[in-house]
Design a binder for this molecule. Structure first.
Ligand code: GRF
Length: 191
């Protein structure tokens, strides 16, 4: 299966997907990586792995993902032969223009046990809320924010001396295991 990955940051989840492919636990290929952030390390990781990587044009908007950009991104992914789209630390909201082109074929990873703590900095929300447990979720993307059907979750404890950073690090370790497994499940394969 040909995967496209969209990310705005470090790309450690994309790396985990690549590592699973390399290890033979995920039978897939990442054919295109797109980022709305020209400085994102995910682009360098892609280049190092020999994967085509490009910057998304968001018409100068800092956080918005205008419909025209979404349509262009969807067309670019299609043209590259992408069959499933993985959002991996992508900070803009995907909407109908992309969902129409990839119905039930867009996955996202979120650093909480959804439906708890949707939105930004979920790990910080969990610490500030005094949660005893958090985790991560891979889910199908729908038109809401972090609301689509859940594919797989992993739990981590929250310790009383955790900071947002220490909790995020613990969650990320789990994310890297979770995403390749969730892709397998979404493809109807054993995790
Ligand atoms: C992850 O914690 C993911 O859950 C969230 O953004 C972070 C991305 O990290 N949506 P990376 O770019 O994959 O390293």
């Amino acid at each position: 299966i040909k995967l496209g990955v969209l990310g705005s940051g470090s790309g450690s989840n994309m790396q985990a997907i690549l590592d699973a492919i390399e290890a033979g636990t995920l039978n897939a290929e990442i054919v295109l990586v797109l980022s709305d952030n020209p400085d994102a390390y995910i682009l360098e990781r892609a280049e190092k792995a020999g994967i085509p990587a490009r910057v998304i044009d968001c018409a100068g908007y800092k956080t918005r993902f205008p419909d025209a950009s979404q349509a262009a991104v969807a067309a670019e992914l299609k043209a590259a032969g992408v069959e499933m789209v993985c959002l991996a630390g992508f900070m803009r909201l995907v909407k109908q223009a992309m969902l129409d082109v990839f119905p039930n074929k867009i996955l996202n990873i979120h650093p909480s046990l959804l439906p708890a703590y949707p939105g930004l900095m979920a790990w910080k929300q969990a610490v500030e809320d005094g949660a005893k447990e958090s985790g991560c979720t891979v889910h199908y993307v729908d038109a809401g924010m972090d609301t689509g059907p859940i594919i797989l979750q992993a739990r981590v404890p929250v310790f009383s001396d955790d900071t947002a950073e220490t909790l995020h690090a613990r969650i990320q370790e789990q994310e890297h295991q979770l995403y390749p497994k969730a892709i397998n499940l979404a493809l109807g394969r054993p995790a």
